[in-house]
Design a binder for this molecule. Structure first.
Ligand code: DGP
Length: 120
């Protein structure tokens, strides 16, 4: 928990969000500024600022987040046509919220080159 972190506040219900999934270790909620018909953020409850800040002990947690993506993608019917998963790490990648999260994007063809990621 970090006192000035927006996503920690969502996790602790101090800020509203459209939460679509939650378990002991993770939460998923709709992005406030969607760039695709389905744009969901999946975050660990543990406050890890960026992917680069993860410890070796966080590796199972990162795997778990991908399992959550799989489940949420199925719930939003993205599993047959596909979807994109993006992690922005640090300022050059355009990360604006420094609490690790995965973007789940889908619901339309995402035509940009994969390496361009977010903003598809
Ligand atoms: P980024 O740090 O660039 O990977 O993206 C952060 C995303 O978080 C961005 O797409 C907008 C979203 N976001 C920022 N503040 C809030 C918020 O208060 N609520 C929700 N639901 N999403 C937010």
């Amino acid at each position: 928990m970090s006192d000035d972190c927006i996503f920690c506040k969502i996790i602790n219900r101090e800020l509203d969000a459209d939460i679509v999934y939650e378990d002991e270790h993770s939460i998923a909620f709709k992005d406030i500024n969607p760039v695709a018909p389905v744009h969901i953020l999946v975050a660990p409850k543990k406050h890890i600022p960026t992917l680069q800040d993860m410890d070796k002990e966080d590796e199972p947690l990162i795997g778990h987040l991908h399992g959550v993506i799989n489940e949420v993608a199925r719930a939003f019917k993205l599993d047959t046509k596909g979807y994109r998963v993006v992690i922005n790490c640090g300022s050059d990648a355009g990360q604006i919220v420094f609490h690790l999260h995965l973007h789940l994007l889908g619901g339309r063809p995402l035509l940009q080159n994969l390496a361009q990621g977010r903003g598809a």
